[in-house]
Each structure stands twice: as C-alpha cells, then as structure tokens.
Design a protein around this ligand. Structure first.
Ligand code: AMP
Ligand code: GLY
Length: 428
C-alpha cells in the first residue's frame, strides 16, 4: 500500500513510525513532514492545508490511504474533498470535525444530549458578555468559538482578566473570525486526562488513558503550550471512571452526532476534567493528541492500517485493539522562549547517542535538515518517548535520553509523569 500522512509534528512522526511497522505498507509519503519523518518516509513540499494540491498528489501517486494528523485540514473538509474524488482517507467529515472546530457547536451538542461539561453561555456581543461576567463573578474561562492554535482559551482568575479576554477575542479580533462568538464557561477544578478512541460512528474502541502536561513550567505553572509531555496510562482515570467516560461521554456523543446527521469516523478525543468520581468534558478534538499520540502509538500493538481501514469501512466491531501493558512516557524538548518567541536553526547534538538507548524513540516535531545537520525549526522540537516495565523506570529512561540531547537554549519540563507517581504512592 501507498500511504500519505498529512502534518509535520511529533504526532505525525509517531503515526508514520507506527504505519511503517505494518507489513501491508510499501511506501509512505508525508506532507510536509520534518527531519525525523524524512528518515522513514518521503517528505513532499505541500502545505498540509492545501487540499487541492494534496488531492492532486494523492490521485497522481495512486495513494491507497491518507491519514490526517492535525485538525485544520479536517475542519476545512479534507475528508469530504478526498472522498468525493474516490480517495480513501481516515478522519471525520467537515461537519463532524466541527466538534473541535466550533466550541459553540460542541457545547450546544453536549447540553442537548446531557453530556457532562462545564456550565456556559454563548455571546456574539461584547457588552452582553461583559455584563454576564460582571454578574457571575470570577474565576471564569473565556473561549473563542473557532480554532485558535490552542491559544483561544483564557483562564481568568478575576473579572478584569475575563473582560480583557473578551476584548482580546471580540474587539481586538486576536483570533480573527474564530472570535466572532465567545463561550464564557464555569471554571472547573480537578485533574485532566485525555481519553482517545477510534470510532466508525457505531462502535467505539478506546485507547488507553493518557495525560498531557499543558503548562510550560514544572508544577503546571506558566502559560499553556501545545503540550510539554505525556504518559500512558494515566492512573487518575480509574477503571470505573473509564467505564463512566464510555457510558456518559463517548457513546452518547457518537449517538448525538449521528442523530444530528454527522457520521463521525476517525479518532475521537475527549479532554476530561476529573474531580473525585466525577468527570466532565473540557473539549473534544477530532484527531490524535500531540504529544499523547507518541506514548499511545508506542503502546498500540495492532496494525494501525487495519484499524484505520475498519473505521473507514464501518467494520470497527470486528477489531480488537491489542495494547502493550507497559507504560510509556514522552518528554517534549522545546526551544527556549516557547510558547513565546524563540530561535530556529540551532544545531541539535546527541541524537545518535539517544537512538542507542533501548526502548526509547526520539520523535521529531519542529526539526529540519540543513545540509545534513538536524536543526531546530519550531517551538516544540522533539518528543523523547520511552517504554518500560514500570513508570519510574520509564520516566528515568526518557530523561536519560533527553539528557544526552542538547542545543543552545533547549528546555524541557523535569516533572513529566510525577502526578501519576504521586497517585500511585497513595498521595494526591
Ligand atoms: P480546551 O481547548 O477547551 O481544552 O482548553 C484548553 C485547556 O484550558 C484545557 O486543557 C484546560 O487545561 C483548560 N480549561 C478549558 N476549559 C476549562 C474549564 N472550564 N475549567 C478549567 N480549565 C479549563
Ligand atoms: N495535547 C493536546 C492536544 O493535542 O490538543
């Protein structure tokens, strides 16, 4: 088979790495890819959002299956566009991808179908949003309706911060059209977990639990990023909470989408807030998480091509996911300054030494090949991912590998996985 993967991050490197293990796969292309992906696949210089060029390439190359990594092409309707041209593609349709692409759509759907989530109001008028905020009081969460590259969610501790967030989104139009409406929502407390599943619109096959680390600094301090590390499983999601997530979130949302005329096929990712034995949905995403994909795909033993084809063909009920029982940990190495401004083009050293460490895979995110040298080319640069017999040993190997890699001003959190360790030790 010939496969085309769309995207350029650590998630896409993990997807390519996993697909490459399938005996059914002969060639993998990636648009546009990165320096790590280029070691496993043929990278092509097509922007991941250029649907016309991507479809032309897939037709010319007779691609058998296209796999979409990021959300933007999905919300632009790449799946509908490819399907109309007779191309096989894994992911939800444009209408279904609105579950991630529009917070208003997703919140309204959850409310209509009684799926647990934070209380909220929607506003398309700045003054009405402000008077609601003044009446309600802080803390509150203000969210731009549309996609804003992870920056459209503002946690406001005071009324002033919440009003400033509304102004940033609606008056300054910091996120353009994505901010024509805002959601003002109850501030939830608890511990977050990522719950991902494959679905063909009928069957839901869950992947193991995982947990991201969104804040830039240790102890979850500082501004939010795309994700600074992840591990799987996440003990916060106990067996009974797992069942609850399936019964009160995953099946109901798939049924709700179907009832609204959206046949959801692909990855369904629920960001959950867990407080004791209660869980609520923070958001839905319509694709694999980054960095959750790295630890999750490292644990998946089943052939990913078989699973993706079963999703497309509506045969997921026939599939069983085989999962490695061992835990996995991904430590994201970032450019100093990220998520603010940072430099690109720094030479990365130690990659060959890290590659020698058993049970570690260094997934590339923002990297490029400059005349044979691997250099930094983004904020999140690498996802150093380990698998091991137990969590402490796995954390230790991920950090051992991260420790041999360096470049000028490289930065990574030192506490990835510590919440799980504390929970396993019986603390909190
Ligand atoms: P979202 O993109 O909606 O998941 O928001 C990004 C991050 O903001 C989440 O992962 C949480 O850390 C935080 N967040 C979002 N909504 C809430 C909420 N209602 N209460 C507390 N934190 C939230
Ligand atoms: N890791 C969070 C996300 O992919 O949205």
């Amino acid at each position: 088979m010939k496969i085309l993967v769309i995207g350029a991050g650590g998630r896409e490197h993990a997807i390519v790495w996993k697909l490459k293990q399938s005996p059914r796969v002969d060639r993998i292309f990636c648009a546009p890819g990165n320096a790590g992906i280029a070691m496993l696949a043929e990278c092509i210089e097509i922007d991941g959002n250029d649907l016309e060029k991507l479809a032309r390439f897939a037709l010319d190359e007779k691609i058998d299956l296209t796999v979409v990594g990021p959300e933007v092409p999905l919300t632009l309707g790449i799946v509908d566009f490819f399907t109309e041209k007779g191309l096989r593609i894994f992911g939800p349709s444009r209408k279904s991808a609105a579950l991630e692409g529009s917070k208003v759509f997703s919140k309204d759907l959850m409310k209509k179908y009684h799926i647990p989530s934070a209380a909220y109001e929607v506003f398309d008028d700045r003054d009405q949003a402000v008077s609601f905020i003044k009446k309600t009081g802080a803390p509150l969460v203000v969210k731009a309706d549309g996609l804003a590259a992870g920056k459209g969610v503002i946690l406001a501790q005071t009324i002033e911060q919440a009003v400033a967030a509304v102004d940033l989104i609606m008056a300054d139009k910091a996120f353009g059209e994505a901010g024509e409406k805002v959601v003002v929502e109850e501030f939830l407390v608890g511990e977050e977990a990522s719950f991902l599943a494959f679905t063909d619109g009928k069957t839901v096959l869950s992947l193991p639990s995982s947990q991201d680390h969104k804040a830039i600094f240790d102890g979850d301090q500082g501004p939010n990023t795309g994700g600074m590390g992840a591990y799987s499983p996440a003990p916060v999601l106990t067996e009974s909470l797992h069942q609850k997530a399936m019964d009160t979130v995953m099946y109901p949302i798939v049924k709700a989408l179907a009832a609204e005329g959206c046949d959801y096929k692909g990855i369904l990712y629920a960001g959950l807030m867990i407080d004791g034995d209660q869980l609520k949905v923070l958001e839905f995403n319509c694709r694999l998480g980054d960095p959750e994909a790295q630890p999750l795909l490292m644990r998946l033993k089943t052939d990913l091509v078989d699973v993706m084809e079963a999703v497309i063909d509506g045969r997921l009920a026939e599939v069983k996911l085989e999962i490695d029982p061992r835990p996995t940990v991904c430590v994201v190495m970032a450019a100093g300054g990220y998520p603010g401004s940072y430099e690109k083009g720094q030479v990365i050293s130690g990659l060959a030494a890290a590659a020698q460490i058993d049970d570690v895979v260094v997934f590339h995110a923002g990297t490029a090949n400059r005349d044979g040298e691997i250099v930094t080319n983004g904020g999140r640069v690498l996802g150093v991912t380990a698998i091991g017999d137990n969590l402490p040993a796995t954390i230790a190997s991920a950090y051992r590998a991260a420790g041999v890699i360096s470049w000028d001003k490289c930065y990574f959190r030192k506490d990835i996985g510590q919440k799980a360790i504390r929970r396993m030790e019986g603390g909190k």
